[in-house]
Structures are given as structure tokens and as C-alpha cells.
Design a protein around this ligand. Structure first.
Ligand code: ATP
Length: 343
């Protein structure tokens, strides 16, 4: 079974309502050599926080069956704080296997470095490809995406902070199809503001309350030494609140006490500001990759997000109403990925 044969097989499954016999179940005379022949094609979904990467990953993984998803968000690799870090809920994963998502124990207090991510993602990709599935790398941490995809990688240097000219390696170690979901800054900022309120409505405050009650985060709050999950937006911002009112705050809710209310509102304001700043930084890094020659295919999701703001009540992760999202983001992505797999 050669590579083109497998791609055609994949594409024939594209519109099939029920998957036929999966490729990995077919007889294989020499699995090792077949795995070697299968070029390492990887689809990468990137973009700022909140732009709908997870939603698009499921849209594509269910169309380009069989696929598996590798998370590339540096906060979502840790277990815990699922609402605060915006992990895709189990019910939205539709049975698609996810890797490096919630698997690192944050209590070991070490941070997963880009270089460790590079090795971990590489072995996941080899494993997924050897099982004749398509790997989708999905997440907003551009230092992780750079580490995993760049052909030359120096663990000691952060290319996004380097002052020397052209620190970004333009050559890649995989055959990558980069999909960049872009949303205009004012529209994304407005959406992110609302998303923080939605996260709080979904239990983010209680999740953080439990986190502070069960971790030693309050004892070691030095922002310079803060590592791993402790850097997740929401943790440093709520720290003054939980430091003032103790770990367990069951006696009064923020609404009942003006001092509590003040610190609570300050934390929420800071989360909203920091989330918007994170999105801006992430777009800056994406533009640097593109300007250094990485072939990023931009998908403008602005219209879909504008529609979300008009029609409240979204139907899944990413927030935009299905028809506009489908037309503006999914359909062009499907065309790009289809062509990429056929090449
Ligand atoms: P850097 O160069 O700062 O490492 P990066 O592109 O590697 O940037 P980002 O994903 O932009 O990594 O994350 C930077 C910071 O943004 C994190 O340290 C954390 O504070 C916050 N952050 C990122 N992702 C999340 C998330 N899913 N939930 C909460 N906070 C996040």
C-alpha cells in the first residue's frame, strides 16, 4: 500500500456517513516498511486564544477520518483547571483521540519545555502515522509549534525574543499544512470579554477556589519563579482575592460583600485584559513565522464571530453560528487539507 493509495482511501472516506473498514485494520505484509513509506504529513491549526481552533480541529478530524489530535497549548498539557485553561470538553471531542491534553501532573512543579514538547509531539506523530492516521496539531502556543515543526531547533534560545536578525528556521522537519484562524482584533477582543463571563458562569471561580484550596500556590506566589499551570490566566489574577479571603470562601459570595466584590471585579478585569494581550502577542508570533517564510494559510473567521455577537447562543466551542462558520472557515479549510493530502 503506497502513500497515494492511502491518501485516496482517506479521501474516499471524506464524505462517508459511516466509516468503512479502517485502514489500520487492513492486512499488512510489512508494517514497518509501510510506516516508513507514509510521509510524515501533519496538519497544524494555529491562531490566537478564542479563535475556534478546537472547534475547527473536530470539524476536520471528523471529515478527514481517521485523524488524531495533538494539543499544542502549553497550559492545556497539564491536568486540572479545565475551564480556566479552556480545554475542549469531552462531549465536544466526539470520540476523536486527543494527545498531550491534560496529561502532565502540575504538582511536579516543572514546566514542560518547548524542547520536551518537540520530542513528545514527534513520538506521538510517529505513532499516529504508523497507525495510518492523520495527525492534527492544535493549539495557540507558538513556541511549542515552532519547537515541534522547525528543522533546526536550539533549546537554549527563544526565537520570538531573539534580537539577532532571522532567528526563525524556515525549513520544517515535517510536511506541514498550517491553517491560521484569524479574527480581526476588535471583534476578537469583544468576543474574549464575553468568553471570560461565560467561563465564570460555567464554574471558573469555583474551579480556582478549589485550586487555591488544594495547592501551595498561595505560599509560592513569586511571579518570577511561577511555573507551569500557575501561569495560566486566571491563577495570578485571582491570587489577591484568595490571599485576602483565605483558601475556602464559603461564608460569603463575592456579591454579598463590597470588598470581596471589588477584588473579584479587579480579577475579572485583569483576566479580560490579559487574555486580549495574550491574543495580540500570539498573532504577533504568527506573523513573524509567516514573514520568515512559513507557509501559513489564513482563514478569516471575523464574519463568523461578528455573527456570534449578533446571534447570542452559540452551539459549540468557538462560538460562531454553524452556517457562517461552516462557509467561512470549515469549507476553505477542507479544500486546503484535501489538496495537501492529495499532493
Ligand atoms: P511565550 O513566548 O510567552 O512562552 P508562547 O507562544 O510560548 O509564549 P502562549 O501560549 O502564548 O505561549 O502562552 C503564554 C502565556 O499565556 C502562558 O504562560 C499563560 O500565562 C497564558 N496562557 C496561554 N495559554 C493559556 C490557556 N489555555 N489558559 C490560560 N492561560 C494561558
Amino acid at each position: 500500500i503506497n502513500y497515494r493509495h492511502c491518501c485516496n482511501k482517506l479521501l474516499s472516506l471524506l464524505n462517508a456517513p459511516t466509516p468503512t473498514k479502517p485502514m489500520w485494520a487492513q492486512p499488512e505484509t510489512d508494517p514497518a516498511s509501510a510506516a516508513r513509506q507514509w510521509r510524515r504529513k501533519v496538519v497544524v491549526i494555529m491562531g490566537p486564544t478564542g479563535c475556534g481552533k478546537s472547534r475547527l480541529s473536530i470539524d476536520l478530524a471528523t471529515r478527514f477520518f481517521p485523524s488524531e489530535i495533538i494539543n499544542s497549548d502549553k497550559m492545556q498539557v497539564y491536568s486540572g483547571l479545565d475551564i480556566t485553561t479552556n480545554k475542549i470538553p469531552m462531549r465536544d471531542r466526539l470520540g476523536i483521540p486527543h494527545h498531550l491534553l491534560g496529561q502532565v501532573d502540575p504538582s511536579c512543579h516543572r514546566e514542560l519545555s518547548p524542547s520536551e514538547f518537540r520530542s513528545a509531539a514527534d513520538s506521538k506523530i510517529s505513532d499516529i502515522v504508523s497507525r495510518r492516521k492523520i495527525p492534527l496539531v492544535v493549539g495557540g502556543s507558538n513556541s511549542f509549534i515552532y519547537a515541534f515543526a522547525a528543522n533546526r531547533f536550539d533549546p537554549e534560545s527563544d526565537v520570538f525574543r531573539e534580537s539577532k536578525p532571522d532567528p526563525i528556521c524556515p525549513e520544517l522537519r515535517y510536511d506541514c499544512c498550517f491553517l491560521w484562524v484569524d479574527v480581526s482584533t476588535p471583534v476578537l477582543n469583544q468576543y474574549l470579554d464575553k468568553r471570560v463571563d461565560d467561563m465564570l458562569d460555567s464554574g471558573m471561580f469555583n474551579e480556582l477556589e478549589d485550586y487555591f484550596a488544594n495547592s501551595d500556590s498561595l505560599r509560592e506566589s513569586d511571579s518570577v519563579t511561577r511555573t507551569g499551570l500557575r501561569k495560566a490566566i486566571g491563577v495570578p489574577e485571582f491570587e489577591p482575592y484568595f490571599r485576602t479571603f483565605g483558601r475556602r470562601t464559603t461564608d460569603a459570595s463575592p456579591e454579598e460583600d463590597p470588598v470581596r466584590r471589588g477584588l473579584y471585579d479587579e480579577a475579572v478585569r485583569a483576566i479580560k485584559d490579559n487574555t486580549c494581550q495574550l491574543a495580540e502577542r500570539q498573532v504577533g508570533k504568527i506573523l513573524r513565522l509567516r514573514n520568515s517564510g512559513w507557509d501559513l494559510r489564513r482563514l478569516d473567521a471575523t464574519e463568523a464571530f461578528t455573527a456570534t455577537m449578533v446571534v447570542r447562543g452559540s452551539d459549540s466551542a468557538g462560538g460562531a453560528p454553524s452556517d457562517v462558520w461552516e462557509r467561512q472557515v470549515v469549507e476553505p479549510s477542507v479544500k486546503i487539507v484535501k489538496r495537501f493530502l492529495e499532493e
